[in-house]
Design a protein around this ligand. Sequence first.
Ligand SMILES: NC(=O)c1ccc[n+]([C@@H]2O[C@H](COP(=O)([O-])OP(=O)(O)OC[C@H]3O[C@@H](n4cnc5c(N)ncnc54)[C@H](OP(=O)(O)O)[C@@H]3O)[C@@H](O)[C@H]2O)c1
Length: 276
Amino acid sequence: MRRTVVITGASSGIGAEAAVQLARRGDHVVLIGRSPRKLSAVVDRIRADSGSTPDSHVCDFAVLDDLRRTGATIAAAYEVIDVLANNAGIIAKQNTSTVDGHDLTIQVNHLAPFLLSSLLLERVTAAPAGRIITTSSAAHTRGWLDPDDLDFRRRRWSRWRAYADSKQANILFTTELTWRLRHTVVVATCFHPGLVRSDFGDSTGLFRLVKRLSPVGFVSPSQGASTLVQLATTDDGRSIPGAYLDSGRLSRPTSRAVDPDLAERLWKVSAELTAG
Ligand SMILES: NC(=O)c1ccc[n+]([C@@H]2O[C@H](COP(=O)([O-])OP(=O)(O)OC[C@H]3O[C@@H](n4cnc5c(N)ncnc54)[C@H](OP(=O)(O)O)[C@@H]3O)[C@@H](O)[C@H]2O)c1
């Protein structure tokens, strides 16, 4: 039976490469991206590469209503989703508030995947061995997320603080999801892909400069996608619910990123903030 794999951030970098690799292995991939032009280029690439035609959805995670529409469309189209890969992510250049009133980085990187996972959970639970994979980052170690101040109203904002908090949120989400899904066959995992030479961080001059000037330490998007593919296809993606992998290897996140009380508090706040 052909698996259905939904991938966000599939129009570029890690998500696009993971989509190509999974389609090559025979999965039906459902791509979500923001740029119609980039998304359509990935569709063409997969068609040429594997002969299969992926479905694609343009959606802006900075607009929760857009995500609600896309989630409903996908839930209506598939009875079963075998893998949901929450991979889209940014580091915002400026302290920007979305139309929903949230910090842009926190919304795109955490609240949006939280909402999409809620909208598609029933479909993933219907799969014989469902998987929910979230792309986090080693940057989570710098996070000091406060569920009562997710949007930096009381704390000083910096782009790296917001990013680190959002990546800590990805692991806390996986931790709480694992607890909530303990009586189901769905397994949630997350990972750091390594430092990847993708479009990521191009809005921040420093990261772009480091990426250009010091290619050592950076891997290609295709290599960056390998941990996502590993979690989507191998036993490593099912044997340890809640696992965090760093570049293909089981790793230990900071204790704060797996704190069960913090994870539960974040879940409750996220559910309130994304309620329609
Ligand atoms: N690159 C690294 O070194 C690195 C390291 C650790 C973790 N990560 C994580 O890896 C994930 C993928 O990043 P990448 O390296 O592949 O970067 P990328 O090439 O910049 O890809 C980011 C993806 O996220 C999508 N996206 C951005 N804003 C969006 C929005 N408002 N709504 C919907 N989709 C949006 C982009 O869509 P469009 O292109 O269509 O705008 C793109 O498909 C991110 O979660 C990032 O935090 C990356």
